[in-house]
Design a protein around this ligand. Sequence first.
Ligand code: ATP
Ligand code: MG
Length: 183
Amino acid sequence: MSAAAQLASTAPEHRRLFFALWPDAALRARLVETFGAAAAVAGGRAVHPDNLHVTLEFLGSVASSRLAELASLGEATHLPTADLSLDTLEWWPRPALRVAGTSRPAGALLDLQAQLRLTLGERGFRVDSRAFRPHLTLAREVRATPPLTRVARLDWSLTELALVESHADAGGSRYTALARWPR
Ligand code: ATP
Ligand code: MG
C-alpha cells in the first residue's frame, strides 16, 4: 500500500477543527515572556506554550472529506495589515478562563472574522452564534478571581492564519496546525 493510501485508510473520518491566528516561533516566545506570569494562576491550568493561539472560528467535528474545501477557503482569506493589541487581563468566570483581551479590537480583525464566519456558514459549516471576542486564553479551570498581576501588553500583528486540529490528550487538548497561511 502506498504511503498516501495508508494515510487515507487510517485518517479519522472526523476531525475537531478551528481557524486561528497562529504565532510563529518568535511571537510564541514573546507571548510566553509577556504573559507567562499571568498564565501561572494558582489552581488553574496554564495553556502550554505550544498551544497558544487566538481562535477565529471554532468548527467542532468536521468530516475529513471537507478538509480540502477548508484549505482552499483559508488560502483565499487575506489577512489585513492590523494588530491585535492584547492590553487587558480578564477573568471569564463561566468558562473559567483567564485570558488576555483587547480594549480596542481592530475593525479590520472584526471584519476578517465576520467574513470568515459568513463564508463558513454559507458553506454549511457549524459556526459560533456568539459575538466574536478576540482573546488569547492563558489558563483554564480558573475558578476564582485570580490575583492581579502587572498588566502586560503585546501587539500581535496578524501575520499568520491557520487551520488547526484539536486532539484530546492525557493532559488536556493538543493542537496541530494542519495548514498555515502567512501573509
Ligand atoms: P479542553 O476542551 O480539552 O479543555 P480546549 O478548549 O483548549 O481544551 P477545544 O475544546 O478543542 O480545546 O477548543 C479548541 C479551541 O476552540 C479553543 O481556543 C477553544 O476555546 C475554542 N472553542 C472550543 N469550543 C468552542 C465553542 N463551542 N465555541 C467557540 N470556541 C470554542
Ligand atoms: Mg474546550
